[in-house]
Design a protein around this ligand. Structure first.
Ligand code: CA
Length: 722
């Protein structure tokens, strides 16, 4: 297949030279140059493909004759366009019918094309200052799985002007394409799960392996989880000691919690930067590509590169953001009121009400909660998405950042509001609230009893939230997917009466297609949910540990399991994520900072209200006193935060050394290149796993030429409904 990449590349002169070299080499030569491989003697018929494009059609048997023709035409157009674009950028493809409503287009990037893209991407990164190592660094060595997939995904989705095929699932011409799916690497997954379930701690090398396989974005999540888990050991021990010493609302433990939170966040900031340097993604945000959904106002000249780039005025974006603010505010108020309404009903039913139907009415609050809160929340998430789309962000990370911040408002309200309400208002003013309801009930002729509510009510509420949240999450992530799959499997069995057509030309292919179908059925991995779970839990630890000192211990136990169960989730219960780069945990760091700041308010406030030696809250004046004290501690917190930050900055970091070393090496190598020394920078021979797999699956791919588009279409367009 020809390697005719469109030449409107911004780096045209450089890449043109590169592609000339690449084009002159036959696949075999490049392969020897680029990757050193060992023949795999073991007979294996696994197909090696970079991606599967999933095209979902409507089931033909359910359409009328006319609709069928229209849909068939649309399907054919999509496929034809897809295959044309793929072959134009030099990718190989094979088309198979997956099932009645699925078409699979398997995509493989020839090695020479991969090398070409690798160089293009490296040069680009290097020019804009994202990488500081040499541009041909690593090119002689094997590419990591994550890098290979990312590059191929770039070729598929990059705009035509940048040498890509500009295929974006779900948009205009490619509406019927559901997405691109990298296939799970079963041997890697198996090794991963065995490794992590047989050791106590995840080390640096484990994370590197993870990053090489799934990309930095996923690796950052696990790095954060591991780091957080390690840090929880300290408060867990302190909490355990406090709990068994019998001290209630312990002041030392409370101060410890706040200082621990600040230190944790600042240390993570440092760690995050070290990882970015170590993984070579520092300054990645500078080179992030534009979102396909981004709509420009006009084109302007980039002051650095001199290229014409699409532009959207930041002022206009700010205006749009200000429009979003009242919407978010109104929703927050509605959600808060609904939550308060629910809590009040719950309190009345469980503690005051003693009239008729009490046994039945006790379930009323749960029913209200289940009907109201998830509905409101999903409605809000939809609105937030629309608002965020409207704000028209240029890069994926800025889009994600703003969406996360919007959604987190709701998340935090749902997670913390009821605990705060019970701790700050309900328990301290229980007598007043009790009299109010007694009067109200009497007016309607119901009877009720007033109970004095003690601080244990707050502890019960917190325990309920912390423990149920953890058990529920584990169930949802680990057990529910099995149940759903088992359920749908048996349903299918009953429906099909055991007969499933596997398709495929031979046994190996049938088995392969069966496996692909299975992976396509799985949901897409949403990293957002995993982060939200962890950050919410961090909130419970730093905001409410004073109330129940065992909170960090339970968080620690949960997270140790979480590290493993999330690994299983990615391997077994979701599609393999497309590797993405990242240089931090993004918006979540800011959420950690906000929660930490908030902990400087909640911790002292609970001490003032509940400490056994303190009897302040007896008059309205005491409320003023509490607020004044909180204001005071909050200021102390800011000073402490500043000091810790300064101290950390003064400490030398391993990352700084690494950056300096890289800069030094780079200069040295550039000098060598300039002819001062021979540039013998070839890496050690290494066998690349993916090369072996690639060769073993050659039977699947048409040799030399890709199948003719018409020929390929024939394969899938035959009506298999009869
Ligand atoms: Ca999780």
């Amino acid at each position: 297949m020809a390697n005719n990449t469109p030449s409107k590349n911004p780096l045209a002169p450089v890449t043109a030279a590169v592609s000339k070299i690449a084009a002159s080499n036959v696949v075999q030569e490049t392969r020897n140059l680029l990757f050193h491989h060992i023949h795999n003697t073991k007979e294996s018929k696994e197909v090696f493909a970079d991606f599967v494009a999933i095209i979902r059609s409507k089931p033909f048997s359910k359409l009328s004759q006319v609709e069928r023709e229209i849909h068939r035409k649309k399907l054919e157009d999509t496929c034809r366009k897809l295959l044309t674009r793929l072959s134009r950028v030099g990718l190989k493809y094979e088309v198979r019918r997956g099932s009645e409503d699925l078409i699979f287009v398997f995509i493989l990037c020839p090695l020479d094309r991969l090398k070409q893209e690798c160089e293009r991407s490296r040069i680009h990164d290097w020019l804009v200052g994202a990488r500081i190592r040499d541009i041909d660094e690593n090119i002689d060595g094997p590419l990591s799985d994550a890098e290979r997939l990312r590059l191929v995904h770039d070729i598929i989705t990059n705009p035509l002007s940048e040498g890509g095929a500009n295929i974006n699932p779900g948009l205009s011409d490619f509406e019927l394409i559901e997405g691109f799916l990298p296939l799970q690497d079963r041997s890697y997954n198996e090794d991963w799960m065995i490794a992590w379930s047989t050791k106590w701690m995840i080390d640096k090398d484990d994370l590197l392996r993870l990053r090489n396989h799934f990309g930095e974005k996923i690796a950052y999540y696990f790095a954060f989880l591991q780091f957080y888990c390690k840090w929880l050991v300290m408060p867990a021990i302190a909490g355990l000691v406090t709990y068994y010493s019998g001290a209630q609302y312990s002041i030392p433990f409370s101060i410890f919690t706040v200082i621990w939170s600040v230190t944790f966040v600042e240390f993570w900031r440092r760690k995050e930067y070290e990882l970015a340097v170590w993984w070579g993604v520092r300054h990645f945000s500078r080179i992030e590509r534009r979102r396909t959904e981004f709509r420009e106002e006009c084109f302007i000249k980039n002051p650095v590169t001199g290229e014409q780039v699409p532009y959207f005025s930041p002022w206009r974006r700010w205006l749009r953001r200000t429009l979003a603010a009242p919407v978010i505010l109104i929703f927050s108020i509605t959600l808060s009121l609904s939550l308060l309404f629910y809590i009040m009903i719950e309190v009345i039913m469980s503690e005051y009400y003693s009239g008729p139907f009490r046994d039945q009415l006790i379930f009323l609050p749960t029913i209200i909660y289940c009907l109201l809160i998830p509905t409101l929340n999903s409605f809000y998430i939809n609105v937030a998405k629309r608002l965020n789309d409207y704000e028209n962000y240029e890069t994926e990370s800025s889009y994600e950042f703003n969406l996360t911040q919007k959604i987190c408002v709701a998340n935090f309200l749902i997670s913390y509001l009821s605990i705060l309400f019970i701790g700050w208002i309900y328990v301290p003013f229980s007598t007043e609230i009790g009299y109010f309801f007694q009067e109200l009930f009497n007016r309607f002729g119901f009877s009720m009893t007033i109970k004095k509510v003690g601080p244990e009510r707050l502890v019960t509420e917190l325990k309920y939230f912390v423990l149920t949240a953890q058990v529920l999450n584990l169930f949802m992530e680990l057990i529910l997917p099995y149940l759903i799959r088992f359920g749908s499997f048996s349903m299918k069995r009953i429906k099909n009466n055991g007969a499933t057509k596997d398709g495929g030309r031979n046994e190996d292919e049938s088995a392969f297609l069966k496996r692909v179908r299975k992976e396509v059925k799985l949901p897409v991995y949403k990293i957002y949910e995993d982060y939200a779970e962890m950050v919410t839990q961090y909130g419970y630890v730093c905001l409410f540990s004073t109330v129940w000192p065992l909170t960090p211990l339970f968080a620690l136990i949960n997270n140790w399991i979480e590290l493993r169960s999330d690994a299983i989730k990615i391997c077994e219960h979701t599609r393999r994520p497309i590797p993405r780069r990242a240089d931090s945990i993004g918006p979540w760091l800011d959420n950690l900072v906000i929660l930490t700041w908030f902990s400087s308010i909640t911790n002292p406030s609970f001490i003032y209200i509940y400490h056994p030696d303190n009897k302040v809250l007896t008059s309205p004046l005491s409320v003023v006193v509490v607020i004044a004290l909180i204001w005071f501690t909050e200021h102390i917190f800011n000073v402490v935060h500043y000091v810790i930050k300064q101290m950390l900055e003064a400490l030398p970091s391993a990352a700084d050394d690494l950056v300096q070393k890289e800069e030094y090496e780079l200069k040295k190598r550039l000098l060598e290149k300039a002819g001062i020394s021979s540039g013998s920078s070839h890496h050690e021979d290494s066998d690349d796993e993916s090369i072996k797999k690639r060769e073993d699956s050659e039977w699947f791919w048409h040799s030399g030429h890709a199948p003719n588009i018409e020929e390929a279409l024939q394969e899938i367009m035959q009506d298999k409904t009869e």
